[in-house]
Design a protein around this ligand. Structure first.
Ligand code: FAD
Ligand code: EPU
Length: 283
């Protein structure tokens, strides 16, 4: 094992925004060689942990995290097509593009992801998604580097078709020249649309919106805001957010999900990725 790879049993909760989840062997990698080594056994790739519910028992696979050498925020000048590392945080990029007067990422304001996770989920809002500016990705797949065009990823609403066990290492984007003032004006609208979302620990919206409906509105109309299991609660501000009031467990969160689903008439599909619950559970 390369010396710099960190591979020890670690509680995963602090690596997620919901702050839930047990232990796994965590490998933080700083180079492609280290990524190859870490991904040579069954693994899961972790981004910013903002769309994950991880079991209280943790996961048996290695959990691989791309370290700071995959974060290219400091190198982002924004000129023309740009390659960026998969661990680059989206919030920093959105701000940097705004101050340089580049348009294309405004709709991503407020999404606490890194690029790899944002591409895997095709993160976005009604103002735009990562698919709008993505041109191609570089992946490590079974130890080899592969390039795929954005079209090949078949990005759609909160969905991508990445090859199984493919790890995005970097991605190429194309932004449009604008002015800081114009970009800031769009950002203000996106920000306003997020005002009803809670600021406390969550993993964003739990469910995808059913066709032409809002899951949050359906949950709200079913009178479920404030419904609690342990410290897991349906947000008082937005029905599609489950918040952790302090010590919520994954078991609490799953019980709450089951209660929501049993009380809302329309079938609700989870947006979150579940780790450590067995194949296809709760999906
Ligand atoms: P993670 O949650 O760590 O992982 C998500 C998936 O991506 C996993 O399957 C993981 O294996 C995979 N993945 C991560 N990195 C890589 C990689 N390098 N290569 C291959 N696969 C990888 N989402 C929206 O779409 N719109 C919103 O408006 C929005 N608002 C949110 C607000 C809050 C407060 C929070 C907490 C979340 C919100 N989310 C939103 C959800 C979340 O931020 C997105 O789904 C985001 O894309 C997850 O990115 P991540 O880096 O945290 O990925
Ligand atoms: N609404 C209610 N009650 C609620 C929540 C919402 O009545 O408790 C109503 C709102 O008033 C509005 C409608 O439902 O009329 C839609 O709500 P909102 O504008 O909040 O949008 P959303 O569909 O609930 C989506 C995304 C969010 C994204 C926002 C902003 C999904 C599942 N959710 O929310 O994405 O931030 O739009 O564009 O697509 C995420 O995916 O994690 C996420 C947070």
């Amino acid at each position: 094992m390369p010396e710099t790879v960190m591979a020890k049993k670690t509680r995963l909760a602090p690596f997620t925004t919901l702050k839930v989840g047990g232990e796994a062997e965590l490998w933080e990698v700083l180079s492609l060689a280290e990524l190859k080594e870490a991904s040579s056994e069954p693994f899961l790739i972790l981004g910013a942990g903002s769309n994950l519910l991880i079991s209280d028992e943790g996961v048996t696979e290695r959990v691989v995290k791309l370290g700071k050498s995959f974060n290219s925020l400091d190198d982002f000048s924004g000129q023309g097509d740009v390659w960026l590392g998969a661990a680059t945080p989206l919030p920093g990029l959105v701000r940097r593009a705004a101050s340089t007067g580049l348009s294309g990422w405004e709709g991503l304001l407020g999404i606490p992801a890194v690029l790899g996770g944002a591409i895997a989920m095709n993160a976005g809002t009604r103002f735009g998604s990562i698919a709008d500016t993505l041109k191609e990705v570089e992946l490590m797949l079974a130890g080899e580097m592969v390039r795929l065009s954005a079209d090949e990823l078949k990005l759609s609403y909160r969905h991508s078709e990445l090859p199984k066990d493919g790890v995005i290492t970097r991605a190429r984007f194309s932004l449009t020249a604008s002015t800081p003032e114009k970009v800031e004006a769009v950002l203000a609208k996106v920000d306003a649309a997020r005002k009803g979302q809670p600021k406390i620990k969550s993993a964003g919206c739990a469910f995808k919106n059913p066709e032409a409906l809002s899951a949050g509105k359906l949950i709200d109309e079913a009178g479920l805001k404030g419904l609690k299991v342990g410290d897991a609660m349906v947000s008082l501000e937005h029905g599609n957010f489950i918040v952790n009031l302090g010590q919520a467990s994954a078991t609490d969160v799953l019980k709450l999900i089951d209660m929501i689903r049993s009380r809302v008439k329309v079938p609700l599909i989870l947006e979150w990725r579940l780790w450590g619950f067995g194949e296809a559970s709760h999906a």
